[in-house]
Design a protein around this ligand. Structure first.
Ligand SMILES: Cc1cc2nc3c(=O)[nH]c(=O)nc-3n(C[C@H](O)[C@H](O)[C@H](O)COP(=O)(O)OP(=O)(O)OC[C@H]3O[C@@H](n4cnc5c(N)ncnc54)[C@H](O)[C@@H]3O)c2cc1C
Length: 374
């Protein structure tokens, strides 16, 4: 079988499928270099919850629960520490308006019975002494954790190789379809016959020719600019992930134990554009420094822009399509790292048993088609 795309989603699916005995080829000219390369690695179903995205919450929570075992198994399989860190996420507010927004979100989180705790300014600073004295208060989400997404991709690449997956470093340009079934993927080196194809090509999932328009995934690119700074691991500026609102600007700071501080991220609807802009870098740094002044002293080592695969309802497309053998695992938008373990489980069930697990029923790739024809 063929997996198109070697980001965190395609690799997680390929690994799990190979573990079940499938003969898998992953096609990708630049595995790991898409959105997965930029991701901050927050595993944050609670702090990432948005109004109108309640159906996604159950999937996010289910995947967060899988992460400890997924990380441990991946470390064992690859011999690479993926930096899975518990410790929760602290969301903080810089001014009164920011605090009102944070409290409004907390009310929503509590209405969904999510575990969040309101902290005073003093309690926030007791937890994170580097926070600015201007911080007005915060909310602790004790169950939102993090993983190093780059190490995760590295580990998945090693794990798929060890489990017998072939990585073909070529782009898939088209699918061959005979009747109502997919029969091959095409690359520049020619056709590669296969009975099943998992499309996990992130923002580019709709760019593969040959499939009927009805099964084309409605995926669009959502640009994110993100920064990486360096600190001395013996003098970490933060103990754990801090998200914040600073005079209306949203930012997050994710410290890694090896001395990397990830500061992100913009959310921009500008098509397939990955230009780094001075304004975005300025705004992210300004918000980060407003919340944690010593960030100003850290070395800025990287600015990156990548494309999140967005969908009309911001939830992924998981499962079979109207074409026999064609399965989608795409559209993970802001939560692809979080959703990798559950996505892989769902795709294994679809491919090997022909069943969509109950947790994934609401993420049927055909759901927008029905909306259009209704
Ligand atoms: C700035 C930023 C921060 C983020 N932070 C987080 C976070 O903290 N937590 C979280 O859970 N998620 C986060 N995300 C979202 C997450 O990165 C994505 O949801 C996830 O990486 C999607 O994975 P993917 O494998 O579907 O796509 P990608 O990682 O984009 O991989 C797609 C792959 O498909 C390949 N490809 C494309 N076309 C073809 C083709 N025709 N043939 C073969 N291969 C092809 C590409 O080369 C690429 O490697 C963030 C995203 C961004 C941009």
């Amino acid at each position: 079988m063929a997996v198109v795309g070697g980001g965190v989603i395609g690799l997680a699916c390929a690994w799990r499928l190979a573990q079940r005995g499938a003969s898998v080829r992953v096609f990708d000219p630049a595995a790991g270099a898409g959105a997965s390369h930029a991701a901050a690695g927050m595993l944050a179903p609670v702090t990432e919850v948005h109004h109108g995205e309640e159906p996604l919450l159950a999937l996010n929570l289910a995947s967060a629960q899988l992460w400890p075992a997924f990380a441990a198994e991946l470390v064992e399989a690859a011999g690479i520490d993926v930096g899975y860190r518990t410790g929760g996420t602290l969301a903080v507010a810089l001014d009164d308006d920011d605090l009102r927004s944070l409290d409004e979100l907390r009310g929503f989180q509590e209405s969904l019975r999510l575990s969040v705790t309101r902290l005073t300014s003093r309690e926030c600073r007791a937890r994170e002494p580097s926070l600015s004295p201007r911080v007005r208060g915060g909310v602790l989400a004790a169950n939102d954790h993090q993983v190093d997404s780059r190490l995760t991709v590295q580990a998945l690449l090693a794990a798929v190789e060890r489990s017998g997956v072939t990585l073909v470093r070529e782009s898939v340009t088209a699918l061959s379809v005979t009747g109502r079934a997919v029969t091959a993927v095409h690359t520049t080196s020619g056709p590669h016959p296969c009975r099943s194809v998992v499309v996990a090509a992130g923002s580019w999932s709709a760019d593969i020719d040959g499939s009927p328009p009805a099964v084309m995934p409605p995926v669009r690119p959502v640009k994110g600019q993100i920064l990486r700074l360096r600190f001395d691991p013996a003098a970490a500026p933060l103990q754990g992930t801090v998200r914040g609102l600073a005079a209306g600007r949203s930012v997050y700071l994710v410290p890694r134990s090896h001395g990397e501080l990830v500061v992100g991220a913009t959310v921009e609807e500008v098509g397939f554009d990955t230009t780094l802009t001075a304004g975005a870098v300025h705004d992210l740094l300004q918000a980060a420094i407003d919340l944690v002044p010593e960030v100003a002293e850290l070395e800025l080592v990287e600015a990156t822009a990548r494309l999140r695969p967005g969908t009309p309802d911001n939830a992924p497309l998981l499962g079979p399509t109207g074409l026999d053998g064609l399965v989608l695992a795409t559209g993970h938008h802001r939560n692809g790292v979080l959703l990798a373990p559950i996505t892989a489980e769902v795709i294994v069930s679809v491919v090997t048993a022909g069943t969509v697990p109950p947790v994934a029923v609401g993420f049927d790739p055909g759901r927008f088609q029905r909306c259009i024809s209704a």
